[in-house]
Design a protein around this ligand. Structure first.
Ligand SMILES: [Zn+2]
Length: 200
C-alpha cells in the first residue's frame, strides 16, 4: 500500500510554533489541518491533541485498487523549560529509530517525519536509482565488450558488430550515463531549492 495525500508531491509541513500560537497544542483540541498552494488545497489531515501527543488521521488511497482506508499517526510531544520561565514544545519524530526532538515535521506524500529522516530516505532512493542505471549501463557495456563501470569511459566497436548496432548501443549508454551524472549532481547541489533542507 502506498501513502498518498498530495497530487503534486509537494511536502506538507507541520510546525510546532504554528500549532502553539493557534492554541492547537491544548489538551482536547481537535479539528483538521490543511495545506494549499496558490489557492488549491493539496492536502488535509484530521487533527487532535491529547496534551502529550498529536493524532493525525489520513485517508489513504491504495494506488492499485483505489480503495480508501483511514490511517492514524501518533506524534509524541516533548516540553523543555524556557530560560525565562514557561515551556517550549517539540515534536518527537515518530519514525522508528529516530525520536529526534524537532520543531517541524514534513510529509512527502506519506507519513510525517523530521527532515533528517526524509533526507535519509531521499539519499537512499537516489543511490538505488543510480545503481539501477549503472547496472543497465553495464549490460550495454557487456554487449559492447567494454570493461564494466561507467567511469571506464567508452570503447571501440567490437569485431563483427554492425556499425548501426554499435552507434545505437553507444547512444543508449551515453544517455544512461548522462542520467547518472545528473542524479549525482542533483544530490550534491541539494539544499538550494529543496524545501526539506531549510532549518525550522
Ligand atoms: Zn526523524
Amino acid at each position: 500500500m502506498r501513502w498518498r495525500k498530495t497530487h503534486t508531491g509537494e511536502p506538507l509541513t507541520v510546525s510546532v510554533s504554528y500549532l502553539s500560537k493557534a492554541r492547537m497544542l491544548d489538551s482536547g483540541y481537535h479539528g483538521s489541518l490543511s495545506w494549499s498552494r496558490r489557492g488549491v488545497r493539496i492536502g488535509s489531515v484530521g487533527y487532535s491533541c491529547s496534551g502529550d501527543a498529536l493524532q493525525l488521521t489520513y485517508t489513504v488511497t491504495d494506488t492499485i485498487t483505489r480503495q480508501q482506508a483511514k490511517q492514524c499517526q501518533s506524534i509524541q510531544l516533548s516540553r523543555s523549560a524556557c530560560h525565562f520561565g514557561g515551556s517550549r514544545s517539540w515534536f518527537v519524530c515518530p519514525r522508528v529509530g529516530c525520536g529526534r526532538r524537532v520543531a517541524s515535521l514534513y510529509s512527502v506524500g506519506g507519513l510525517f517525519f523530521c527532515r533528517h529522516c526524509h533526507q535519509l530516505g531521499y539519499e537512499s532512493q537516489q543511490v538505488v536509482q543510480c545503481d539501477r542505471h549503472t547496472l543497465k549501463a553495464d549490460k550495454i557495456r557487456d554487449k559492447l565488450k567494454w570493461d564494466a563501470g561507467i567511469l571506464n569511459g567508452t570503447g571501440l566497436k567490437p569485431k563483427g558488430m554492425h556499425w548501426r548496432t554499435y552507434w545505437r548501443l553507444y547512444a543508449e549508454h551515453q544517455r544512461i550515463v548522462g542520467g547518472v551524472f545528473a542524479a549525482i549532481n542533483k544530490r550534491f547541489k541539494l539544499g538550494l531549492d529543496d524545501p526539506l533542507r531549510f532549518d525550522p
